[in-house]
Write a protein that binds this ligand. Structure first.
Ligand code: ADP
Length: 751
């Protein structure tokens, strides 16, 4: 600031009189001054950063608020560097925000722990609308959440449904739960049985849901699970599930809803924030007791009751996958609005909290997603009547601390992490050498090492793994010592024993490998996508392609809504007029859908269910555009199922658009597959793994590539696509001949 001020002052000073203002020497003079100023600034920045190693992994916690405790613990454990007040230049590797992506708009690099617009996407209306769209396309697969109505817009449909149920004399008498769209912690939630009990006086939007009364009970109490999920990246899609979570119990024994107990929130709602106020809240520290328990203890209990808890867990994993796939198109639209292509911005990751209820038949039901799940480690305790104190909650610590520690290890820059590990390895080697040279003296157990080496990214290259293995080897040896106790444990002084402790290199290697395997298994984060559910979820990803079309035709970069001109351009460029759609019918459809979507959510001007400050206004939101696509598909691309119709439309549009190089990059694999008469897996762009590309020779056949492709399907990075493009551009345009479909010739620019 001071430096820039001095520059301004110097610029204001009268110029030397020996040249005129228009003289080119003035320009030179000014340029010289600017350069001098830049140099000084650089020097200052250098001095500032002198104290922090270039390889230090830096975390900005200035906006972490209630997440600070757990974050600080993890940072300390991992040996990273915390910036509790942020950095002047905002250049940290990770910026931790408590609520929103937009909390610090000055961040242009590193990673932020929130995706743009995520809290709006996770609001009840938008989330269930996303799921409804998927249920419409895949009715049998998206049956894991209660039937939902959006009020006040769908009040008529809602009351008709209740009336019909009454007429059918459905037993037990149906009950519904009303929740405010953006509510949390049980605020504003109530149960009702008659539509006239709904009050729209507040002017707020609500969702009405079927109340699931036949829930699984433990010790007569209702409970729900809080499952933590790390959404590591959007493009390529990658997410993990935390294998430990929480179970939150209600504090009044559960009974089916009746007119008498319908208002008992301690019986029907399981929110911790609500039930902790109850006089019967049980604060037991035991894992399998109390009103808050660990997920695994409840699963164990379910197993003890003779049920298949593994099956329950698998169903939960599937729900997580399907739900994330359902919200990804919305997330992509929001992401391009916040960070339009070409603009520099941070990349994002996010820890989400899924609330899941278990029915009597052990079917999990999704209740909601929390974009900012509570990460605080302490709980309120009543020390004397009316006097509360915050105390560390061991159960929260047990769940949230490994979650955040492992999350950090997943998201920090890999090159820095490598360097960090190398340094650690060197230190350990040094210690080890010193300890082995001192006969009879065991090295000090590096207790901290245990956890910091535990989690190694599953997607590391072999080279990294090897390097880590050595680190593991070192820590294993220390661990051996550690496991023997305080150094005085069994036969410490026996020379023979010591001799046998010095193992051969291969033995050590093996041991380290085993250790590595075990430790990898110990990570609390398990990759769900793409590692496990890649193939299963592939067909659900069709809507991402619709979102791609929507983004393509957004007139203004970074906006969230498509205007009438954009919509007309969409119809023209995708040659929908050749399919019999006139300009007039396109315009009418646009106006109709825009009105309908604005009516759906009057609370938000954007009408998409996505509030984005400064980006509101007129236009058709993504979900309206999706409706338009479904309608066009139904009219012009008829097929036996909705999903096939939509696929036909999207294929048609993409084929008409992929003439430009950029789009070609995205569509290459798809075109390639189609040209070969193979079915392309829907929804994502796959490219060859770099390893395969590098091994491509003149003799490579399509069979080889397909085999490799099948073996290791993964989402490509930009470099992958570029490399793939470079190497395969020729073969794509070369006519195929017989069974040898590809003859790969190296393009001149590939060297
Ligand atoms: P909030 O965001 O306010 O916590 P939730 O959707 O999580 O709202 O609902 C709060 C609680 O209400 C849940 O923890 C659960 O116990 C109960 N609940 C919510 N929806 C249903 C439902 N459809 N059937 C039965 N119980 C429900």
């Amino acid at each position: 600031m001071a430096a820039s001020k001095s520059l301004l002052d110097s610029l204001k000073k009268p110029e030397p009189t020996n040249f005129r203002m228009t003289d080119f020497r003035r320009e030179l003079h000014l340029r010289h001054k600017r350069e001098e100023h830049a140099k000084k600034e650089k020097l200052r920045a250098l001095q500032e950063s002198k104290y922090v190693s270039r390889y230090a992994i830096t975390i900005d916690t200035s906006r972490a608020r209630s997440n600070c405790d757990v974050l600080r613990m993890s940072i300390k454990e991992l040996g990273f560097k915390e910036y509790p007040f942020g950095r002047k230049d905002n250049c940290c590797d990770v910026h931790w925000h408590a609520c929103h992506f937009e909390e610090n708009p000055e961040v242009f690099g590193g990673k932020v722990n929130k995706f743009p617009g995520m809290s709006e996407i996770c609001s009840k209306m938008t989330l269930f609308r996303c799921l409804d769209i998927m249920r419409d396309l895949f009715p049998t697969d998206y049956d894991f959440y209660p039937r939902t109505w959006y009020l006040p817009a769908q009040f008529h449909e809602f009351s008709c449904e209740i009336r019909k149920m009454h007429e059918r004399r459905v037993k037990p008498k149906p009950t519904f739960i009303i929740k405010p769209d953006t509510g949390a912690q049980g605020d504003g939630i109530y149960l009702l049985r008659e539509p006239n009990e709904y009050s729209s006086l507040s002017g707020k939007c609500h969702v009405a849901q079927e109340y699931m009364s036949n829930v699984y009970l433990i010790d007569k109490f209702k409970f729900d699970f809080r499952i933590y999920v790390l959404l590591k990246s959007l493009e390529p899609l990658e997410f993990y599930i935390c294998q430990e979570g929480l179970a939150r119990f209600s504090t009044l024994p559960y009974e089916n809803p009746t007119n008498k107990n319908i208002h008992e929130s301690f019986m029907h709602l399981t929110n911790y924030s609500l039930n902790k106020r109850s006089s019967t809240f049980n604060r037991s520290d035991r894992d399998d007791e109390g009103s808050k328990r660990t997920l695994t203890s409840v699963l164990r209990r379910i197993a003890m009751n003779g049920h298949d808890s593994n099956k329950v867990w698998k169903s939960i994993e599937r729900i997580v996958c399907k739900t994330i796939v359902a919200i990804v198109p919305e997330m992509k639209v929001e992401y391009q609005a916040a960070i339009p292509p070409g603009k520099t911005g941070p990349s994002c990751f996010q820890v989400l909290g899924f609330d899941i209820l278990l029915l009597q038949n052990l079917k999990p039901i999704l209740l909601e997603i929390n974009a900012s799940p509570s990460l605080s480690l302490d709980s309120e305790q009543e020390v004397s009547p009316g006097v509360f104190e915050y105390v560390l909650s061991p159960k929260d610590e047990e769940v949230k601390y490994p979650l955040i520690r492992d999350t950090l290890l997943h998201v920090v820059p890999i090159d820095k992490l490598k360097y960090f590990r190398k340094k650690k390895k060197q230190r350990l080697l040094k210690k080890l050498k010193a300890s082995t040279s001192q006969k009879g003296k065991r090295p000090d157990p590096p207790v901290k090492q245990r956890t910091s080496i535990v989690i190694i990214k599953a997607d590391e290259s072999d080279e990294e793994k090897r390097e880590v293995n050595v680190t593991q080897q070192m820590s294993e040896m220390h661990m051996d010592v550690d496991s023997h106790g305080d150094g005085t444990a069994r036969d410490v002084n026996s020379d023979d024993e010591r001799e046998s402790n010095i193992k051969s290199d291969t033995e050590l290697d093996e041991e380290v490998d085993n250790y590595f395997e075990t430790k990898l298994r110990e990570s609390c984060l398990k990759q769900l996508y793409p590692a496990i559910y890649d193939e299963e979820c592939e067909r659900y990803r069709i809507l991402e392609r619709v979102a791609g079309l929507f983004i393509f035709f957004l007139g203004i970069r970074g906006s969230l809504r498509i205007g009438p001109t954009g919509f007309r351009t969409f119809a023209r460029k995708c040659r929908l007029n050749r399919k019999g759609m006139t300009n007039a019918s396109v315009d009418i459809m646009y106006i109709d859908l825009q009105r309908r979507w604005d009516h759906m959510n009057p609370e938000r001007t954007s009408g998409s269910g996505i509030k984005s400050i400064g980006k509101k206004g007129n236009g058709l939101c993504y979900q309206g555009f999706l409706d338009a696509c479904i309608e066009i598909a139904r009219r012009k691309f008829y097929a036996p199922t909705k999903i096939e119709m939509l696929e036909n439309l999207v294929d048609h549009c993409e084929l008409n658009l992929n003439l430009r190089d950029n789009d070609l990059a995205n569509n290459l694999p798809r075109l390639h597959f189609r040209r070969l008469g193979l079915q392309y897996r829907q929804g994502s762009m796959y490219a060859m793994p770099r390893r395969v590309i590098d091994q491509m020779t003149e003799e490579t056949t399509i069979e080889d590539l397909l085999k490799a492709h099948e073996k290791k399907l993964r989402q490509p990075s930009r470099e992958d696509i570029e490399a793939f493009l470079r190497k395969s551009r020729r073969m794509i345009y070369q006519p195929s001949s017989g069974s040898r479909v590809i003859s790969v010739t190296k393009s001149p620019d590939s060297e």
